[in-house]
Design a protein around this ligand. Structure first.
Ligand SMILES: C[S@@+](CC[C@H](N)C(=O)[O-])C[C@H]1O[C@@H](n2cnc3c(N)ncnc32)[C@H](O)[C@@H]1O
Length: 242
């Protein structure tokens, strides 16, 4: 390998001060992180997935303080390639109640606030925020001029039907070897009382082995990684699965 002079080395964003900033200001909620030793937990996975796969288009649905968005966008920045669409209506648990959001704090209310939040991490140019629910966003996806989705991170409303709808809507814009991450696969109390249905939906997805490869990381709030095995996979799933 050609050795580059130190002052011509490509960017590698994940140094200790940046990690400290992510943990302090993009505040992970249940990503198996460990702030005391600067461990981003699943954040390393999100960043690493983007570095390894070099996606053109990453989509994030829902984020409390932008942890997933920042880890994924830093990967794009270091790849010097790709773009990230971030869809979040900026619900707040205090204003909108626990059936609209858990962990939402109205972070994304204004353009200025969104811009300054992501500027802190140097990733503002890689991110387009859509202040919409995922349903409204997908209602006219075709008009938005966006490419296919190579990696998606689904972490919006966790009710079973919403997770299913988000997964199916994302899937319609994927291709063979797109990857979908589903956060909160391990929040069993909320699953048990019917307030969340991520694990339940994941078990249906896992049943379609011809269409998907699934690996779950049931640590902290849990995250699952799903590989789409076929083009037009959505045509082969019964939309009414429940
Ligand atoms: C912390 S995140 C994700 C949920 C959290 N991990 C949990 O355990 O419930 C909360 C964010 O999801 C967003 N959100 C809620 N419903 C949404 C929807 N239908 N589409 C997109 N984002 C949504 C909220 O605005 C909020 O900013």
């Amino acid at each position: 390998m050609l050795r580059l002079a130190a002052d011509t080395l490509p960017t590698f964003s994940l140094n200790a001060p940046v990690i400290q900033d992510i943990l302090g200001h993009a505040k992970p909620l249940g990503h198996h992180e460990e702030p005391d030793n600067l461990n981003l937990g699943f954040g390393f996975l999100y960043y690493g997935l983007v570095r390894a796969l070099r996606p053109r288009h990453v989509l994030v649905i829902g984020s409390g303080f932008g942890f997933s968005v920042v880890c994924l966008a830093l990967g794009l920045k270091d790849n010097d390639k790709g773009r990230l669409s971030f869809v979040d209506p900026s619900f707040s648990v205090l204003k909108d109640g626990p059936f609209k959001t858990m962990g939402g704090t109205g972070q994304w209310d204004t353009k200025e606030r969104v811009q300054s939040h992501f500027t802190r991490f140097g990733v503002e140019a890689w991110i387009t925020h859509h202040k919409l629910t995922s349903q409204s966003f997908f209602d006219n996806y075709e008009d938005r001029g966006l490419p296919c989705i190579d990696i998606a991170f689904i972490d919006g409303n966790h009710a079973f039907r919403q997770v299913r709808n988000d997964f199916m809507s994302v899937l319609r814009h994927t291709h063979k070897n797109s990857y979908l991450l589903l956060h909160d696969t391990n929040i069993y109390v909320r699953e048990a009382i019917g307030h969340a249905g991520v694990k339940r939906w994941l078990s249906i997805v896992s049943g379609h082995q011809e269409l998907f490869e699934v690996i779950d990381f049931p640590f902290s709030s849990g995250v699952a990684l799903v590989r789409v095995r076929r083009d037009r996979a959505w045509e082969q799933i019964d939309d009414a699965s429940n």
